[in-house]
Design a protein around this ligand. Sequence first.
Ligand SMILES: [Zn+2]
Length: 336
Amino acid sequence: MRPEDLLRPMPEGLYCPPGDFYIDPVRPVERALVTHGHADHARPGNARVMATGQTLDIMALRYGEEFCAERQVAELGEKIRIGDVTVSFHPAGHVLGSAQIAVDWKGTRIVASGDYKRRADPTCLSFEPVPCDVFITEATFALPVFRHPDTVAEIGKLLDSLRHFPERAHLVGAYALGKAQRVIKHLRDAGYDEPIYIHGALKKLCDYYQSQGIDLGVLKPATVEGGKKGDFSGAVIVGPPSAFADKWARRFPDPVASFASGWMRVRQRARQRGVELPLIISDHCDWDELTETLDELAPREVWVTHGREEALLRWCELRQMRAKPLHLVGYEDEAE
Ligand SMILES: [Zn+2]
């Protein structure tokens, strides 16, 4: 048996013929298994969806309760039979609820890791290495130039700036699912206990994280109705990056524009976006995390997807590890 008989790329997404399901389909299908709630992996309109309870909750928050006809909760580590195949979900360390999906059939196991990272994140469970024959890895930051610095030190830059510019509002761009809550939680863990102001687009997900036991402290809406610009002097305001381009952002006094993203490693990107205070905080593996994970798992074969595949394929080749690109389309690393 070839592993391609168990999982193969199709226009709809990664398809499992013996189980007749798709993993993270980009088009509506009869049965979907979903790794996590980011919009490029979790889409509405499938008939049946299996995912962790948190991912299902997040999909319902984003798309409404009718996002699919039938939901099935996958408990972490539980073996679930689908047709001739056994599947199990394991923490991926990417965002709340994120999971790798292990697919077992006739003595072969493939792990589709979705998006993942290895460094500590106080808002989700850590990545669990699952021994496998084939490991499917993302390659969002798969170039040796991408080495994400220590997250606590990046948060320290934001706290330093607040001390140096106590009159200026600090606007932090961070994606609505995962990154925003992680930035807030890291600030709290660093001892920052002032209220943090959030854009309306973040409210539902921040409330959900709090309901799941992740203490984000006091969050207030970043609205100025009846107020004055000065109300936000020295405040931290977190919003989705898209909000920073519109007039929402101009209501704040002499703002420091910040952005939390793995892409902030590229100075030109920070400059193009007018980011004064880039924070290199990523929910994806950097180069070292990717290669250390492959070393640790030592799978028979590596399949590389959505990102910069070439350097990682070359790295595998040099270590005589079998590897191939998967050429899946439709994944846009929303969270970065
Ligand atoms: Zn993601």
